[in-house]
Design a binder for this molecule. Sequence first.
Ligand code: 5GP
Length: 112
Amino acid sequence: MTTLFSKIIAREIPADIVYEDEHCLAFRDINPQAPVHVLLIPKREIPKLADAAADDQALLGHLLLAAGRVARQLGVGEAFRLVVNNGAGAGQTVFHLHLHLLAGRPMHWPPG
Ligand code: 5GP
């Protein structure tokens, strides 16, 4: 199912894009929960992490490497948190797989 994130990839709706490559796109969250709050999404439409298949292995690794790269680019490479909400019960609201990259404030544990 196509979501608004696919429309951001297609530039049909605007977003503050901070990184893009062949496989993924990163843009600032519209409702930031930290001074740096970026969403990193694969261009391939995977609704949630649990829907990823064996042939998504390289893509998932690519996303993690890209997250580190984006964090460094934004000056928070030494302290950031990645969050993946998988399913409505875990707080997922947009069903296009995404990594939340959060940084710029103290991060508490457990995350809540
Ligand atoms: P989820 O709750 O699915 O893990 O995260 C979805 C995220 O997408 C939320 O943090 C929400 O603020 C963000 N979001 C929802 N709609 C938009 C939008 O139109 N633009 C941007 N940049 N972020 C959005």
